[in-house]
Design a protein around this ligand. Sequence first.
Ligand SMILES: [Zn+2]
Ligand SMILES: [Zn+2]
Ligand SMILES: [Zn+2]
Length: 317
Amino acid sequence: MGELRKDYFLDRWVIIASERGKRPHEFVQEQVKQKAGKCYFCPGSEDETPPEIFRIGAKNRWKMRVFPNKFAAVRQEGQASIKTDNIFYTFSANYGMHEVIVETNDHKKQLWDLAPKDIVDLISLYSMRIKELGKMNGIKYVQVFKNSGKEGGTSILHSHSQVIAYNKVPELVEQEAKAIKEFKEKMNICPYCCIINSEKDSFRRCFENRNFVAFAPYASRFPFEIWVLAKQHVKSITDLDNGQVKDLAEVMNSILKKLKKLNAPYNFMLHNSPAGEDFHFHIEILPRLATWAGFEFNGTIINTLPPEEAAKFYRGE
Ligand SMILES: [Zn+2]
Ligand SMILES: [Zn+2]
Ligand SMILES: [Zn+2]
């Protein structure tokens, strides 16, 4: 049994191939062995990171720290404006700010070991950095994301998130904003608001509380892919009130606890409104238990775990 599925509104296609699929427990990853050596994200190494921007907690007992990434992908140098030379060559400097948020002072803990109240703190740091960096000259978008585990693309095991503010709206966020606008023009309602209504009681439902829902999207690209959406039509994480932040932290905690059971490497990305445009805030969580190969890089993805099965795993069935 399998299906070719199209994303709710993007022109993005996925082959759900359950006949070659594994059962959820077959996705469990081996524990990564900790490499010996000094960790610069640990307490005691504060002077060896670039100068601190912010911390939560007291002088010697900080809980979370924000500082510039030593190996920044973008820098506050050169021209932020994008230009075209000779028709084909469109470019700018790799302009922007790249920051690290260390999520805990405990080297042995991962985000999935923290409590919902710690995730509330982390969300407040995300919002603070998005607001602050978004105001800076030449910045079009502030991307908050997390890479966890080797296949998630991280080389540093100490639990951390990253923030990249740069001179462009990421293509996927731009596509989503465009699709929202077009859908609204036709149907007079936000597509995400509609999707929430049809998914929150579907076979793909995973978690729900007063302000948030999480479900495995219909055309999931990855085994155990899960999206977290605000029930209210909120444009950005910076617009959430305290009750919404608390509920978001609770849902994120539930998801992370499940990913811990699989010891899954993963990425998550915040999808916020680009430059105040209409948008529906959500977080996309992409466990990295499958490797993309030739076929996937041409555009259509093969996912060997149907989202309906992934949802059962999240619901504990
Ligand atoms: Zn450490
Ligand atoms: Zn909406
Ligand atoms: Zn999105």
